[in-house]
Design a protein around this ligand. Structure first.
Ligand code: GTP
Ligand code: MG
Length: 213
């Protein structure tokens, strides 16, 4: 017997998807292994990484599924998406085509996986490589919020795997939304009590923040 401490453990499967070369593997590498490589090696099929978070009394294990962006692996996504609880969809701020593909990735995701209650899985949009400029975004933070609301993203962040910008913040936002959706499923009623703390000056936002204001 270890005494009276009650701790709970969660394991969440999280998908990381988006066009090839947008930085999915690099974001995971930064988040889990705290490093970055400028060399590009395309992911073949899928890779995995595990991140363990200790939050108050809870241990949260994130099983990150790093899915290849290359078109030729696209027919495997149904298998990969199964039982996911959350997702990041990533685009490259220097490549407009990778942003145009975001809605395609979101539709693919929503058509292939839902939670036990039929809801879509919590999804956060990542505008990566923000250290290289913000071509796709140029001064349209408000439009991005509108884009997220219209397309069912719970939030969005400008990130840089290279400079380690906003990656922990984006993951915290996703985890909070996953925990909320899990509680919703357990209690079969809607709670909207979370108030993630974000640094708004770094271009990040989480819809639960503006919903709760
Ligand atoms: P696939 O596996 O083919 O789908 O690509 P991916 O999305 O996993 O991209 P990957 O992480 O391999 O990164 C592609 C290239 O972009 C690499 O050369 C990375 O070093 C570079 N890169 C990734 N993230 C960043 C970033 O935040 N800033 C900069 N400057 N380069 C980045
Ligand atoms: Mg990759």
């Amino acid at each position: 017997c270890t005494g009276g401490t009650v701790s709970t453990e969660h394991l969440y499967k999280i998908l990381v998807i988006g066009d090839l070369g947008v930085g999915k593997t690099s974001i995971i590498k930064r988040y889990v292994h705290h490093n970055f490589s400028p060399n590009y090696r395309a992911t073949i099929g899928v890779d995995f990484a595990l991140k363990v978070l200790n939050l108050d009394q809870e241990t949260v294990r994130l099983q990150l599924w790093d899915i290849a962006g290359q078109e030729r692996f696209g027919n495997m996504t149904r298998v990969y998406y199964r039982e996911a609880m959350g997702a990041f969809i990533v685009f490259d701020v220097t490549r407009p085509a990778s942003f145009e593909a975001v809605t395609k990735w979101k539709e693919d995701l929503d058509s292939k996986v839902t939670l036990a209650n039929g809801n879509h899985v919590a999804t956060v949009l990542l505008a990566n490589k923000c250290d290289q400029g913000r071509d796709v975004l140029t001064n349209n933070g408000i439009k991005m919020e509108q884009f997220c609301q219209e397309n069912g993203f719970v939030g969005w962040f400008e990130t840089s795997a290279k400079e380690n910008i906003n990656i922990d913040e984006a993951a915290n936002c996703l985890v909070k939304h996953i925990i909320t959706s899990e509680n919703d499923m357990l209690q079969s009623e809607v709670h909207d009590t979370i108030t993630p703390q974000l640094e708004t000056d770094k271009g990040g936002t989480c819809t639960s923040c503006f919903r709760s204001q």
